[in-house]
Write a protein that binds this ligand. Sequence first.
Ligand code: FAD
Ligand code: NAD
Length: 367
Amino acid sequence: EKKILGASAKDLTPSYDWFQTDSLITIVIYTKQKDMNAELVIVDCQDKQLRGEIIVDDHSYLVEIGLDHAVQGDVAVNIAEKIGKVEITLKKKDNIHWKMLGQHLESHNTFIKRTDRGLFYRKCKLISKTEVTHDTKLLCLMLPESTHLHVPTGQHVYLKQIIAGTEVVKPYTPVLPFLPLDLKEPSRHDGAYIYLMIKIYSCGLFTQALDHLQIGDYISVSNPEGNFKKSQVQTSEDLFLLAAGTGFTPMVKLLSCALTEVSCLRTVKLIFFNKTEDDILWRNQLEQLALKDERFEVQFVLSQPTKDWVGKQGKISLSLLSEFVKRSKKDSKVLICICGPTPFTEQGVQYLKDLGYSQEEIHAFTA
Ligand code: FAD
Ligand code: NAD
């Protein structure tokens, strides 16, 4: 009886190949992953340097090449999801035959832990700045034509600026341009833009510098990071979102994903903590969404209300949460997501544990 050799662990390392036509260069990456998708592929091509990163669970595979000849601005990425093949197509600047693809750069063809791969930044153009509240703005950044990057739900990016001669880096969580009111259409954002909702602090080092950026200026944006897994939402029946201040930002894509893509979901509740009414982000949109979708409910809690506020008051507490976070059925599969100032998140997680929720049922967004 003949034995067929099974795949060894080593075989799980992706590999690549390339070919050319008169006008195109195509790099093919065999990821050996059955469920590849656009969020797992990050491609940049600038100044004849090609960088293609493939995320495979907690690992990262990199193709990094100093191209032999010049290419045009735009880059096309094609993914055969089921067989895990990724094709990166570049247009030659001159229709000549390339003898080789180019020089292998330092990290070329490496497959290492994601956390050991340094952050890569590309410069994005500030397209627009609109007011959300008295101190919070929605910034729209445009990725270069030669970049393929989709920020997954629940992940953040880092922005980098030189401030007074020093490099400063801070994390921000991309949102959508608005909440999806037409729930039949799954939200489609073509991946060319990144929207950030940012609170400008009057004494804030980074946000003051950001606020001084002009339309048309450039800012460095990193690859996405974060440990939230979308699969946690995809199997949940009750989703509870606990947000304070700009801790609302990860909830935007999460809400959209839950209401448009998760069929088993029965209830989605957002409890949103702010100081005053004027601080509530997208209040009108949230109220509209609650009217439109009966699965969704929103509650605002103010810590510094004026005397005419008739809603809930105070900060996060055990009694508030015990009332708010209730399973819609006895054995409902629950996911509770929490984000805000560190003391808020820590207290919240403690209260949830006191109420008997398990670690697996709670996701806290932190740095
Ligand atoms: P800083 O100069 O750091 O100070 C900010 C303000 O807080 C100032 O008024 C300062 O006086 C005060 N302050 C500073 N330190 C403390 C302290 N320890 N206790 C109390 N007050 C203090 N922010 C957003 O607006 N939108 C987002 O989408 C977003 N996403 C984030 C995602 C992650 C994963 C994390 C960790 C943070 C996120 N933040 C977000 C916060 C953001 O990274 C910055 O911390 C924020 O923009 C402030 O930066 P700054 O340099 O302007 O302020
Ligand atoms: P804020 O100062 O306007 O406060 C909003 C509400 O948070 C308050 O009304 C109160 O209910 C609650 N809160 C504040 N301090 C608290 C405390 N010490 N204990 C209990 N509750 C408290 O909030 P902000 O200026 O918008 O700050 C938002 C925070 O969220 C920032 O610290 C930011 O770094 C963080 N954030 C984190 C992430 C992430 O980790 N992924 C994403 C976005 C924002």
